[in-house]
Design a protein around this ligand. Structure first.
Ligand SMILES: *[C@@H]1O[C@H](CO)[C@@H](O)[C@H](O)[C@H]1NC(C)=O
Ligand SMILES: *[C@@H]1O[C@H](CO)[C@@H](O)[C@H](O)[C@H]1NC(C)=O
Ligand SMILES: *[C@@H]1O[C@H](CO)[C@@H](O)[C@H](O)[C@H]1NC(C)=O
Length: 516
């Protein structure tokens, strides 16, 4: 509902002049794209000439001011390099991350060499603003090409490196990387690992920049500034977070939190046969989906069988997003389908539980529809998202690699039968929806603000212009330490002198006495 009102609100306020906007979202993953789509749609409806380079075009002919360069072909490499190996992530996180990075670089190169992008690169265009996903950084060369301000945007919370680029304070213990499960107070080993990982991540990003600089000269030509320098000119950062679901955090004015279920669509009727099945679930139903990247059909067979055996003994219907028609040993009460309208399923009154991998969008959909969860995080930010939801009391989590029927069943029954989980989600949903404006409204307003003022230099964080040793107070601490040392030294001398006075007298007097 929030989103519908937002759309009406945003559309009716019209802007005097229109601008040329370039949107770049290179990651071939629906969950990365889905938050950007409403923004590009809205900006084009407001009369701006919007061009996007995206792996997931909206393809709506009614949007006459929106031109989309379709990079959907990138899904093929993503499927082979990332999706097919996703269940290895928990057993081999470093190897999987390296493989994933290699796939991403391969995809970026395929995209840049693609005819549609090459034609666009060689056409004469000008832009007033670039809105770009804060990853896949070789694409940032477009910003240098058009010499215009740019906004970073992410469909999830930004890693420390991205916050650092805009001068937002970071802290590896208060705000650890999302790869860690969420803990209110990190135990010492986690704190240590978090600090080290932050630095390793920074080194990795530096390396990625220097590697991608070579791609820039290959595809854009010579005389381009290093990517690292381009990043330093970022005007704003839109992150898909909010203070209810995420830890409360101080942000500089150039960081805008746009989380409010921006991607959530108005309700639509379910397909007839699905509606009949769900209406007929007298005891209620459980919905299981692992999202678009972690596909259930690729999961290990033993895990799949444990899940099926668990479901077979439950008094509930189970709806499972399963990407193949063939599921051996499927019990009577389990329905499978390759594609399911998730948002409308979560709105069905008979839903009891959502078993989710904890992707950002799925988490928001659970929250906004008041459905308790069991989390089975598989990779990336999912561990952090599920950790947060469990910590907040929205449900429980299970370890996918160590799945056993007894525990799985107990947790399912606990979350369904104990009303505290559902009540908690409802309470959090009320809080999350209670905002003065929607995330989409904020994103549109600040985008036009950057266009109006040709950047946002006056919002530049002072953190960017202060040497690191001054920020960490190292010089001040050093001087204080020296003063303290001098003071202690003098104190020591004085005490020793006084002590000596007494002792020396004794020492002096004593031999005299002896001689006598
Ligand atoms: C396209 O932009 C023009 C102004 O440039 C605006 O008047 C028109 O309503 C826009 N059309 C659509 C369908 O967004
Ligand atoms: C809008 O942008 C597209 C692609 O960049 C361009 O071909 C078109 O001429 C532009 N339209 C207007 C009205 O400026
Ligand atoms: C950063 O912005 C300034 C001022 O707009 C511009 O002169 C400079 O070329 C930009 N730097 C890069 C690397 O794009």
């Amino acid at each position: 509902m929030l989103t519908i009102y937002a759309l009406i609100g945003v559309v009716t306020i019209h802007l005097g002049s229109t601008a040329r906007i370039l949107g770049i979202v290179p990651t071939p993953s629906y969950s990365h794209q889905v938050v950007f789509q409403p923004l590009f749609r809205e900006l084009s409806l407001r009369g701006h000439n919007v061009t996007t380079i995206t792996t997931h075009p909206i393809k709506d002919p009614a949007l006459t001011n929106l031109t989309e360069i379709d990079l959907h072909f990138s899904y093929e490499t993503w499927q082979k390099g990332v999706v097919a190996n996703i269940f290895d992530y928990s057993t081999n996180p470093i190897g999987s991350t390296i493989k994933m990075m290699a796939s991403v670089l391969e995809i970026l190169e395929q995209q840049l060499s693609h005819q549609s992008v090459q034609e666009f690169l060689n056409s004469k265009q000008e832009f007033d603003l670039v809105i770009i996903e804060a990853s896949g950084c070789v694409m940032h060369a477009f910003i240098a090409k058009y010499k215009c301000p740019f906004i970073h945007m992410l469909s999830y919370d930004a890693p420390s490196v991205t916050y650092q680029e805009i001068g937002n304070p970071i802290h590896p213990v208060l705000y650890p990387h999302d790869f860690y499960s969420f803990y209110e107070h990190l135990p010492f080993l986690y704190r240590l690992t978090s600090v080290i990982t932050d630095y390793l991540f920074k080194i990795m990003v530096e390396y990625a920049y220097s590697y991608q600089d070579k791609l820039v000269s290959k595809y854009f030509g010579p005389n381009y500034p290093p990517l690292k320098e381009i990043m330093e000119n970022v005007s704003m950062l839109f992150v898909n977070t909010d203070p209810v679901f995420y830890k409360v955090r101080a942000h500089v004015p150039a960081v805008i939190q746009i989380g409010s279920g921006t991607h959530i669509k108005p309700p639509r009727p379910l397909p007839k046969d699905l509606q009949r099945e769900l209406d007929g679930a007298k005891n209620g139903f459980i919905y299981l989906s692992l999202g678009s990247n972690a596909q259930s059909m690729n999961m290990p067979i033993e895990t799949r069988n444990i899940i099926l055996e668990t479901f077979a003994e439950l008094p509930y219907k189970v709806l499972w997003k399963f990407e193949s028609e063939n599921l051996p040993n499927k019990p009577e009460n389990v329905l499978i389908s390759k594609w399911l309208p998730q948002q409308d399923i979560l709105r069905h009154p008979n839903i009891k539980l959502f078993i989710t991998q904890g992707g950002m969008q799925s988490s928001e959909e659970a929250l906004y529809n008041g459905v308790p969860i069991i989390g089975v995080p598989i990779f990336g930010d999912q561990f952090g998202n599920i950790g947060k939801m469990v910590h907040k009391g929205m449900g429980l989590s299970i370890d996918f690699d160590d799945l056993n029927k007894k525990e799985f069943q107990e947790k399912i029954l606990e979350v369904i039968q104990n009303p505290k989980y559902r009540n908690k989600v409802k309470e959090l949903a009320e809080l999350a929806k209670d905002q003065p404006s929607t995330g989409l409204e904020r994103a549109v307003w600040w985008s036009e603000y950057v266009i109006r003022h040709k950047g946002a230099k006056h919002l530049r964080s002072p953190l960017l212009d202060i040497p690191w040793y001054q920020y960490l107070l190292l010089d001040v601490l050093a001087v204080l330490l020296v003063i303290l040392a001098i003071f202690l030294f003098i104190l020591y001398k004085v005490v020793r002198y006084l002590f000596c006075l007494i002792r020396c007298r004794y020492v002096y007097v004593d031999p005299e006495k002896k001689r006598q």
